[in-house]
Design a protein around this ligand. Sequence first.
Ligand SMILES: [Zn+2]
Length: 412
Amino acid sequence: MVNKLFMLLIVGTALWVPSTSFAQGKYKFCGRWSYQFVDEGVGEDHLLHNEGNFGRIDAAYTWAVIWRDGSSVWSGYMDADGCTGEITALAGDYKFWVTTAINKDGTKFWIWPTDDENWQWFSKDYPDQPERPGLVVTHTAFFGFGEQTAAAAAVATHLVQQPNQGLLERKYNIYAKQDCLGQAGFAGCYDTVDHVYLGDDNFGNWVAFNKSIVAHEIGHYVQDKLFGRIDNNYDLDGGDEFPMCSCDHVESSNQAHCIQSREHQSAAQVEGFAQFYAADLYNEGSGSTAGFGYYKEVNVFGFILDPPVAIDVAIPFKWMENYCMPDFLTGAKGTELDWATFYWELNNKTSSAFSYTDLEDVYEQACGGGHCSGEFMTWFPLALAVTDLYGPSTPKALHFSDTSETHGVVHF
Ligand SMILES: [Zn+2]
């Protein structure tokens, strides 16, 4: 009898712990953007469909709000893992809100549906949550599947986490569900003021679900803010008799320009830079290939390839010299493809590589200092600028001239 009572006392003592010895529990919320891109799996390294036929990415640096019983208890930009801070885990109905506003160290991407709509908000409910003494409980939610602003947010959150994509400490505005204002017939554009528009193409497909287009238009934005948008007149200068150097075969989008069209060299640089930017965003620069999903039809010897057309931007196609009427006389013509592959090699791999900051320096030098907005640019002023900046026959100057010839952006 004594022994039983003794046992009871021991068990009872073991179960009894004063409540003050428990730290108050915490809740923490983590968000992931869900995405599904039509141009995924073309040989690229990043933003793949890591969940089968769709993908998810941490909603890093994304604005979030947590409600408890209808009142805000935390708000702010989430961390690099896409998580909020910890909040005291009191009992209540919780709601986790996120919106498509991203801010990493002052580099911001704000993504709206259209220019007359407010933020697109996404939420997940966690009703009847108990107190959680002594625990940190993390809730993870998935947001935005099939939604345009979320698709653009997936690109933007990936972008701000890259070490060098030419981003500045500023705000970049994107309207993810709106055709280009003032540019009829263009599904996606950067308006040279401060907006990217991502509308729908000739077949009604929203280009926000095309990650190459999202990155391409951001590439125009980056280019403009770094050194100015040079002249990009798409008038084909009387056209080109060669079908492989025109855009007559393009149906999904405008025929103003395409990756294979013979263009004024200035326009070819503007567009080639944007194609390169998209390839750079989704590929490791150290790789021997660079998969890029091109978003218009491509004509290869009369066979029309439907988009997305997988193009390896690490290959020097020399499209202009091989398939078009070259312009040996003035050097004032080019193709987007040649400039895209040129920038890719120029920017990657070697110790003499040109960073985005270097490209900014070269263009501004070529324009006589300051931004190049509206200036018609050919290869020659760029080559002179490289010599001025780095000296003749330096590794950097040689890298520039060698790469220029390899990719046929200069025609000797
Ligand atoms: Zn473009």
